[in-house]
Ligand binder design. Structure first.
Ligand SMILES: Cc1cc2nc3c(=O)[nH]c(=O)nc-3n(C[C@H](O)[C@H](O)[C@H](O)COP(=O)(O)OP(=O)(O)OC[C@H]3O[C@@H](n4cnc5c(N)ncnc54)[C@H](O)[C@@H]3O)c2cc1C
Length: 611
C-alpha cells in the first residue's frame, strides 16, 4: 500500500475553507492579531473557490446607512419575517451593523459597484441588493485574504477536526489530505474557524445523469461546514430549514435581478396571475404570515407548487415586455454572463430568446445552507453587547465546542447574510478568535498523536479498499466488496428525495417516512466503511460523501423533531400540516454523540430583541 507523507502545520488560528466567510475570517484575524500565525486551508484554490466562484451580479446584503437607506434593525425585521418568525436576532443585527463597512472595503479593493447616475449612490436592485460587475468578485476578495494570511494551503480537503488530548471538548486543529499529492496534513491550532460553505447534492437533483453537476447551489458545497462541527460534538440548529429556490428552468439562473430590477413577473401557462389564488388557503395553515410584506420566500414557492399541481403549469417569467427596452435586455443577459453562465447557454441551446419567449421557472431540489433565505447551521454564541444571556457562553461566533468558531453557511439562525454578510461574519469570528487565542495564555491545546495516526488510516482506507477489491473483478465498476462514491451519493440522494421531502415527493414527508429514511441512512452509513477510491480525486469524493451523509442524518433528525409545517414551499410534514406557533415558535437544537451514534434533540427559545 502506498505510504503518505505527513506534513505538520502549526498555527494560532486555522481557517477551514477559503470562500467568503473564510476570506473574511483570514483578513480580520490578521488585523487584530498582527503577530499571530494565521493559516487558511482550502480544498480547491481560493482564487475561484466556493459559491462565488463564477462571480455574482449583485451584493444582496447592504444597508446603505451612509445614505440613511436602511438601518440594521430593518434588516432583522426583514429576515425574521422571511423565516416565518425564527431568526437569531442578535447574530443578524451584529452582521447588519457591520456589513456596510465590508462592502466599502470590497470597493476599495477594486470591485466595480454600479452607481445610480442621478444620485451617485450605489445602484439598488432591490431594498437590500446593490448591483456589481462581479465576474472577478472572488479573486478580489481572495487577494485580501492571501495578503493577510501567514500561509494559504490550497487543494487540501479537511476531513476531521482534532480535539485537545487533555480536554476532549476543546478543539486543537484539523487533519486533511492534499488532493493532488496525497500528502497527509496535521494542522495544529489554538482556534479553528470553520467556513466550509453549504450543502448541495444531499437531495436528488432535478438534473441527473450527465447533467447532475447542474444544481443551483455549487456542486462542490459538500456539507463539510456541518459534518466537521457535528463530529466534534457541536450543537446544530434549524437543520430542518432546508431551502428550495424558484429559478429559471434547467440552468437555475437566479431571478432576483429579474423581479427586482427588470420588474418582470410570473404567470401560469394560461397567462394568469396565480399567487393570490393560493394565499387564502395558506392563511388557514400559516395565519397572517401570508399577509406580510414582502411575502416570505417559502410561501411564494408554495403558490407556484400548488399551481403546477393544479395542472396549470408551466409557470413562466414574463420577460417579453421588459426585454423590449434595450438597456434592460443587456442587464438581463449580463446578469447571467457575470454569475450563472450556464443559464445563458441553456437558453441559447433551447432557442429561448427572452425577448420572444417567456422562459419557464421551476423549483429546485432542497439545499442546506445558512446564508440565504434559510438559516441551518451551528448554534453559536452571540455578541457580548447585544445577545441575551442564554445566547452567550463564550466568544462571539464560538460554537458549543471550545475554540471552535464559524462563519457564513456554517452558522445557523442568521438568514439573508449572502456574500457580503458571510464575509462580515468571518470578520466577526476572526476578531473573536484572536481574543480567545490571546486570552488562552499558556493553556495551549495539544493534539494526540494516537488520534491523528488513527485518523490517517481512516482517511486513506477507501484507496486500500479499492486496491484490494479491484482484484475481484475484471471489468466494469461494480465490485462485491466496495462501494464507489458516486453510487453512495446516488443512494443518499434517493433516500433523502423519497423519505425526507425532495422533489419526487413534492417536498412532503411524515413521521413514518422519516423513520424509514433514518433506517436506510443507517444502512448506508454502515456501507461507507467499504467505500472504494480509485485515485485521490475519488478519495475527495469519498470524504465529501461522508460529510453529506452525516449532514443528511442531522437534517432528517431535525425534520422529525419539529412536528409542524413551518415553511410550506420548503417542505411539508403531511402529518402536521399547519404552522404551530404555540409549540414551535422556537429553535430546534441537536447534538450528535460520535461514540454512540445517538442524537440528542432539544428546543431553544427565540428572543425577539427588536420590535
Ligand atoms: C448561484 C448562486 C448565486 C448567488 N447569488 C448571490 C448574489 O447575487 N448576491 C450575494 O450576495 N450572494 C449570492 N449568493 C450567496 C453567496 O455566494 C453565499 O452566501 C456565500 O458564498 C457563502 O459563503 P461561505 O463562506 O459560507 O461559503 P463559500 O463561499 O461557498 O465558501 C466555502 C469554501 O469552503 C471550501 N471547502 C468546503 N469544504 C471544505 C473542506 N472539507 N476542506 C477545505 N475547504 C473546504 C470550499 O471550496 C469553499 O471555498 C449566491 C450563491 C450561489 C450559489
Amino acid at each position: 500500500m502506498r505510504r503518505h507523507k505527513t506534513v505538520f502545520v502549526d498555527s494560532d488560528i486555522l481557517v477551514v475553507g477559503g470562500g467568503m466567510g473564510g476570506c473574511g475570517a483570514t483578513y480580520e484575524s490578521r488585523y487584530w492579531g498582527r503577530d499571530l500565525k494565521i493559516v487558511c486551508v482550502e480544498k480547491a484554490n481560493i482564487e475561484r473557490s466556493g459559491a462565488v466562484a463564477q462571480g455574482l451580479y449583485a451584493i444582496n446584503c447592504y444597508m446603505g446607512m451612509q445614505w440613511n437607506e436602511n438601518q440594521p434593525e430593518d434588516h432583522v425585521r426583514y429576515a425574521r419575517n422571511d423565516l416565518m418568525g425564527l431568526v437569531r436576532e442578535d447574530l443578524g443585527y451584529d452582521i447588519a451593523r457591520h456589513v456596510d463597512s465590508t462592502v466599502h472595503k470590497f470597493e476599495e479593493w477594486g470591485l466595480p459597484i454600479m452607481r445610480d447616475p442621478q444620485t451617485g449612490r450605489y445602484q439598488r436592485e432591490g431594498k437590500w441588493q446593490i448591483m456589481i460587475h462581479g465576474e472577478s468578485y472572488k479573486p478580489i476578495v481572495a487577494e485580501a485574504a492571501r495578503k493577510a494570511a501567514t500561509e494559504i494551503y490550497n487543494r487540501i480537503m479537511v476531513t476531521h477536526l482534532l480535539m485537545d488530548k487533555d480536554r476532549p471538548k476543546r478543539v486543537a486543529g484539523a487533519i486533511g489530505f492534499n488532493v493532488r499529492t496525497g500528502d497527509f496534513y496535521v494542522f495544529r491550532a489554538k482556534a479553528v474557524i470553520v467556513a466550509a460553505g453549504g450543502a448541495s447534492h444531499i437531495f436528488k437533483p432535478r438534473a441527473v445523469g450527465e447533467g447532475m453537476g447542474r444544481t443551483w447551489y455549487a456542486p462542490w458545497s459538500s456539507a463539510s461546514a456541518y459534518a466537521l462541527p457535528i463530529l466534534a460534538g457541536a450543537k446544530m440548529t434549524q437543520m430542518e430549514n432546508r431551502i428550495v429556490l424558484t429559478r429559471f428552468k434547467d440552468g437555475y439562473g437566479p431571478v432576483g435581478a429579474y423581479f427586482l430590477h427588470l420588474k418582470t413577473y410570473t404567470q401560469n401557462a394560461y397567462g394568469q396571475e396565480y399567487e393570490p389564488t393560493w394565499f387564502n388557503t395558506l392563511r388557514e395553515r400559516v395565519g397572517d404570515y401570508v399577509d406580510r410584506h414582502p411575502v416570505p420566500t417559502c410561501l411564494r414557492n408554495h403558490a407556484l407548487l400548488e399551481e403546477v399541481k393544479a395542472g396549470r403549469g408551466p409557470i413562466r417569467m414574463v420577460t417579453k415586455e421588459a426585454f423590449k427596452d434595450a438597456h434592460k435586455e443587456t442587464v438581463g443577459w449580463e446578469n447571467f454572463l457575470g454569475m450563472t453562465i450556464g443559464q445563458a447557454v441553456v437558453w441559447a441551446s433551447q432557442n429561448i430568446d427572452p425577448k420572444e419567449t417567456n422562459p419557464e421557472l421551476t423549483t429546485s431540489e432542497p439545499y442546506v445552507m445558512g446564508s440565504h433565505a434559510t438559516c441551518s447551521g451551528a448554534w453559536a454564541s452571540g455578541p457580548e453587547d447585544y445577545a441575551p444571556a442564554e445566547y452567550q457562553w463564550g466568544y462571539n461566533r464560538m460554537m458549543t465546542v471550545e475554540g471552535l468558531f464559524g462563519a457564513g453557511d456554517t452558522i445557523g439562525g442568521t438568514a439573508h447574510k449572502f456574500s457580503s454578510g458571510s464575509f462580515t461574519e468571518g470578520r466577526i469570528a476572526g476578531k473573536a478568535a484572536v481574543k480567545y487565542v490571546n486570552e488562552l495564555g499558556k493553556q495551549t491545546p495539544q493534539v494526540s498523536e494516537a488520534e491523528y495516526e488513527e485518523l490517517k488510516k481512516t482517511v486513506y482506507k477507501p484507496m486500500e479498499n479499492f486496491a484490494i477489491g479491484r482484484n475481484e473483478i475484471v471489468a466494469g465498476t461494480v465490485s462485491p466488496s466496495y462501494l464507489l462514491p458516486i453510487h453512495g451519493l446516488q443512494r443518499l440522494e434517493k433516500i433523502m428525495d423519497e423519505y425526507v421531502g425532495g422533489i419526487s415527493a413534492h417536498y412532503t414527508t411524515n413521521e413514518p417516512l422519516l423513520t424509514r429514511g433514518l433506517e436506510l441512512l443507517y444502512m448506508l452509513k454502515e456501507d461507507l466503511a467499504h467505500l472504494g477510491a480509485e485515485d485521490l480525486h475519488q478519495l475527495q469524493r469519498a470524504w465529501e460523501l461522508q460529510h453529506r451523509v452525516l449532514a443528511s442524518e442531522c437534517v432528517t433528525q431535525h425534520t422529525l423533531f419539529r412536528t409542524e409545517t413551518r415553511w410550506p414551499g420548503y417542505y411539508y410534514r403531511a402529518d402536521h400540516p399547519k404552522l404551530d406557533d404555540e409549540n414551535w415558535h422556537c429553535f430546534t437544537l441537536s447534538r450528535y454523540d460520535r461514540e454512540t451514534g445517538k442524537w440528542n434533540m432539544e428546543k431553544a427559545p427565540v428572543y425577539h430583541i427588536i420590535d
